[in-house]
Ligand binder design. Structure first.
Ligand code: F6P
Length: 358
C-alpha cells in the first residue's frame, strides 16, 4: 500500500487543484494500492490530524477549479518551533500524525514559507516532495511557479480596462499589483498592459523622477499616465532604512497602501487628477489560465514520478522548459528577485518604460 499525505499551504492561487490532480492521476495510472490523506488548511491539518481520506474520484473535474479543495492557511515558519496556545509542539505533532498514519510521503504545495517548513520536516526525517506554488514566481531553483501566469493575466486585464478610461479622462492611474517582496507579477503585467511607469520592490523609486515622467508625457501631448506599482514598491529614501526601521515606518503609515501614498505625492507634484485601482485578491482567484493548467499538470506528474521512484526531499521545478527536481535543502528560504540588470528590464527601458529610478 502506498500512503500519501497531501496539503496546500500559504496563500492560495490558481492551479493548486490542477497540480494535485496531476499528482494523483500520475500515481494512480501506475498503482491501484494507493491511499490519499488530504490534510485540511495546510500544516494546521497535519499538526492537528485533521484530514479526509480521498480517492482518485475526488481529483476528477478539478483541473479548471480555482482555490484548493483541501483549504489552506498561513502557518508562519518562524512560529513552527513555538508551541501552540495549549503548549503543543507543532513539529512533533506533525511527525506524530505522519507516523501514526504510516505515510510513505507527504506532497506539499506552497510558496517560500511553505518550502521552508517542508525542508524542516525533511530534516526531521519525513519523506517530502513539494510543488512550486505562488503567484509571485519568487521561488529559488525554478523558472516558474504555478499561479504566476494566471495572476499576470488578471493584472494585465485590469490595466487594459484602466487604459481606456485613463485616455478619456486625462488622469494618472495607479494600479497596485500583488507582490510585497518581489515584483515579477507587476513587471510582466506592467509590460503586457502598456504601463508607462513600473515600480518594483527591487528598484527603489524617486518621486521627483516619477513626476517628471508624467509632466514630460503631458508636454508631449499624452495627458494620461499609467503606473503599475507592486505592493512592496519602495522609495530610494526608504530603501536606505534598516529593515526594522522601515517596518516601523510602514506600520505608522497613514495610507492603506503604497498606491495611496504615491497618489497624494503625485497629485501634489503634478497637479494631475490621480485614481487608484487595487485588484487585490482577484489576482489569485478564478480558473487557472491554460499555461498554468499545463504547467501544474506537468509538475504534478513529475511529483508522481518521484514518489513512484521513492525519490524524496525535492521540490519539483522548471529549468529551461523541462520539469526537474531540486533538493529542498538547496532552495528552501531563498527568494528569486527581479534582477534590476536583467534583459527584460533593459528591454522595457528601451521601449520608454520608466522604473521611477532615473
Ligand atoms: O504570496 C502571494 C501573495 O498573494 C502576495 O503577492 C501578497 O503580497 C500576499 O500573498 C497577500 O497575502 P494574504 O492573502 O495573506 O493577504
Amino acid at each position: 500500500m502506498l500512503r500519501i499525505g497531501m496539503l496546500t499551504s500559504g496563500g492560495d492561487c490558481q492551479a493548486l487543484n490542477a497540480a494535485m490532480r496531476g499528482v494523483v492521476k500520475g500515481i494512480c495510472s501506475k498503482r491501484d494500492d494507493v491511499e490519499i490523506y488530504g490534510f485540511k488548511d495546510g500544516y494546521k491539518g497535519l499538526i492537528y490530524a485533521d484530514f479526509n481520506m480521498l480517492t482518485s474520484k475526488d481529483f476528477s473535474g478539478i483541473l479548471t477549479r480555482g482555490g484548493t479543495i483541501l483549504g489552506t492557511s498561513r502557518q508562519p515558519f518562524k512560529l513552527m518551533r513555538v508551541p501552540d496556545k495549549d503548549g503543543l509542539d507543532k513539529v512533533e505533532a506533525m511527525k506524530h500524525t505522519y507516523h501514526k498514519l504510516n505515510l510513505n510521503c507527504l506532497v506539499i504545495l506552497g510558496g517560500n514559507g511553505t518550502q521552508k517548513t517542508a525542508n524542516l520536516l525533511r530534516e526531521e526525517g519525513l519523506n517530502i516532495v513539494s510543488l512550486p506554488k505562488t503567484i509571485d514566481n519568487d521561488l529559488w531553483g525554478t523558472e516558474m511557479t504555478f499561479g504566476f501566469q494566471s495572476a499576470v493575466d488578471i493584472a494585465t486585464d485590469t490595466i487594459d480596462r484602466i487604459h481606456t478610461t485613463a485616455t478619456s479622462h486625462s488622469r494618472v492611474f495607479i494600479i497596485e499589483i500583488m507582490g510585497h517582496k518581489v515584483g515579477h507579477v507587476t513587471l510582466h503585467a506592467g509590460i503586457a498592459g502598456g504601463a508607462d511607469i513600473i515600480l518594483l520592490p527591487e528598484i527603489p523609486y524617486d518621486i521627483d523622477v516619477i513626476a517628471k515622467v508624467i509632466q514630460k508625457r503631458s508636454a508631449a501631448g499624452k495627458p494620461f499616465t499609467i503606473l503599475a506599482v507592486a505592493e512592496g514598491a519602495i522609495s530610494k529614501e526608504d530603501a536606505k532604512l534598516k529593515k526594522k526601521e522601515y517596518k516601523e515606518k510602514i506600520a505608522k503609515r497613514k495610507y492603506p497602501s503604497i498606491a495611496y501614498e504615491l497618489a497624494e505625492q503625485i497629485q501634489k507634484k503634478t497637479d494631475k487628477e490621480v485614481r487608484i485601482t487595487v485588484p487585490g485578491h482577484t489576482q489569485r482567484g478564478g480558473s487557472p489560465c491554460p499555461y498554468d493548467r499545463v504547467f501544474s499538470t506537468r509538475v504534478g506528474a513529475k511529483a508522481a514520478e518521484l514518489i513512484l521512484n521513492e525519490e524524496y526531499g525535492y521540490m519539483v521545478a522548471m529549468k529551461k522548459g523541462e520539469t526537474t527536481k531540486v533538493p529542498l535543502a538547496e532552495i528552501a528560504g531563498k527568494l528569486k528577485y527581479v534582477d534590476p540588470d536583467c534583459s527584460i528590464i533593459k528591454e522595457a527601458r528601451m521601449t520608454g518604460i520608466s522604473f521611477g529610478d532615473k
